[in-house]
Design a protein around this ligand. Structure first.
Ligand code: PLP
Length: 400
């Protein structure tokens, strides 16, 4: 009998691991590697949120809680959806998990049957396709290309929908591109979904607060209220509040779906960390004053990176609306040979040679389902970004 399950056989190990492992090896050899791979803010959790976690510990709030969240956090989440998104939910419609990742996983585990399809716009967050497969479903990809700002069109969505489509998985602003759909772009997609009542919508709004310039965030059930009854609106505190390690994500949606997700969580992890839940209450109910200065810093870094990359021969880098990633094209580098003698025949070869020859770690585009590109996370210091971009410039200058 085989040890491993047939389901796990369908799941690939993370394609980002090779780059991360190689970067760690080079660092261990004493090389000065600049890592631009991590998808988390470099600033600290705000003090008032940390204080709420410490107060929870001191008050003995260290026991099990209700499986999918304490009432105080569910209420804070309902208040947030009303305040920010014009969406009305009651606490029973809210599910809190150990990070947004668990919430998405629960939704797929609770709803997918073999052969069910999930439409995923590419490029996508690396975990989506494999979470779908773990749930027994089949990912169906729709490519958003650079010339359309990495956004998919209504026609593309329409032609991807089949009788087997269970979910449309939407993520804006996006990891890995930073692309944000505006109201009319999203309305075009929700109009399509209205014509297909069997399709549910899972919207991953994790980067909601990281919206730049005049870009205004919007979410499907807000843009098209008729989708409310078949939309799971997911969000979390990881990115905007710099709370990646606290592991709190949440979603709101129809009661039946939320109850099914609770069942999955009750037989796997039970409640998310009690202390973190109290910290999340403070995050959602407390001041959001720190977000604007953080975003100002992100905008400055985005512009630094976009301008520097566009000055590199062979690289084209759009200026994204949000998140903290850029996703430049390296189409004009393909077929060339690096100064160190590597043939750049794929974005993986580009990223590997860049790391080996120039000590800059980026994640290659194939990991996100759209090549030839790479992703930079600019949630790091200006000095590191400036130096990394200078090294990328030298690397590109050396391509023949
Ligand atoms: C698009 C997107 N969704 C969800 C998550 C998961 O966030 P969490 O840390 O809350 O599990 C991430 C984290 O990288 C992400 O980029």
């Amino acid at each position: 009998m085989k040890l491993l399950s047939a389901t796990l056989d369908r799941v690939k190990p993370s394609p980002t691991i090779a780059v991360t492992t190689r970067a760690a090896e080079l660092r261990a050899q004493g090389r000065d590697v600049i890592g631009l791979g991590a998808g988390e803010p470099d600033f600290d959790t705000p003090d008032h949120i940390k204080a709420a976690g410490i107060a929870a510990i001191n008050a003995g709030k260290t026991k099990y809680t209700a499986v999918d969240g304490i009432p105080e956090l569910k209420q804070a989440i309902c208040d947030k959806f009303r305040r920010d998104n014009n969406l009305d939910y009651v606490p029973a419609q809210v599910s809190v998990g150990s990070g947004g990742k668990q919430v998405i996983y629960n939704a797929f585990m609770a709803t997918l049957n073999p052969g069910d399809e999930v439409i995923i716009p590419a490029p996508y967050w690396v975990s989506y396709p494999d979470m779908v497969k773990l749930g027994g479903g089949d990912p169906v990809f729709v490519a958003g290309t650079l010339d359309r700002g990495y956004k998919i069109t209504a026609d593309q969505l329409e032609s991807a929908i089949t009788p087997r489509t269970k979910w449309f998985l939407f993520n804006s602003p996006s990891n890995p591109t930073g692309a944000g759909y505006n109201w009319s772009e999203l309305k075009a997609l929700t109009d399509v979904l209205l014509r297909h009542p069997h399709v549910w919508v899972l919207t991953d709004d994790m980067y909601e607060h990281l919206a730049f310039d005049d870009y205004q965030f919007c979410t499907p059930a807000q843009v098209e209220p008729q989708l409310y009854d078949r939309t799971l609106t997911m969000n979390g505190v990881s990115k905007a509040y710099a709370m990646t390690g606290w592991r709190i994500g949440y979603a709101a949606g129809p009661l039946q779906l939320i109850a099914a997700m609770r069942k999955v969580q009750s037989q796997s992890t039970s409640n998310p960390c009690t202390i973190s839940q109290w910290a999340a209450v403070a995050a959602l109910n407390g001041t959001h004053d720190f977000i604007a200065p953080n975003n100002a810093m992100f905008i400055r870094r985005r512009d630094l990176v976009v301008d520097a990359l566009n000055a590199c021969p062979g690289i084209v880098c759009p200026r994204p609306e949000g998140a903290f990633y850029v996703y430049p094209s390296i189409a004009d580098c393909i077929g060339k040979t690096s100064a160190g003698g590597t043939l750049i025949d794929s974005d993986e070869a580009f990223a590997t040679a860049l790391l080996d020859e120039s000590d800059v770690a980026v994640v290659f585009g194939a990991a996100f389902g759209l090549s030839p590109h790479f992703r930079i996370s600019y949630a790091t210091s200006d000095a590191a970004l400036t130096e990394a971009c200078a090294r990328i410039r030298t690397f590109c200058d050396g391509l023949r």
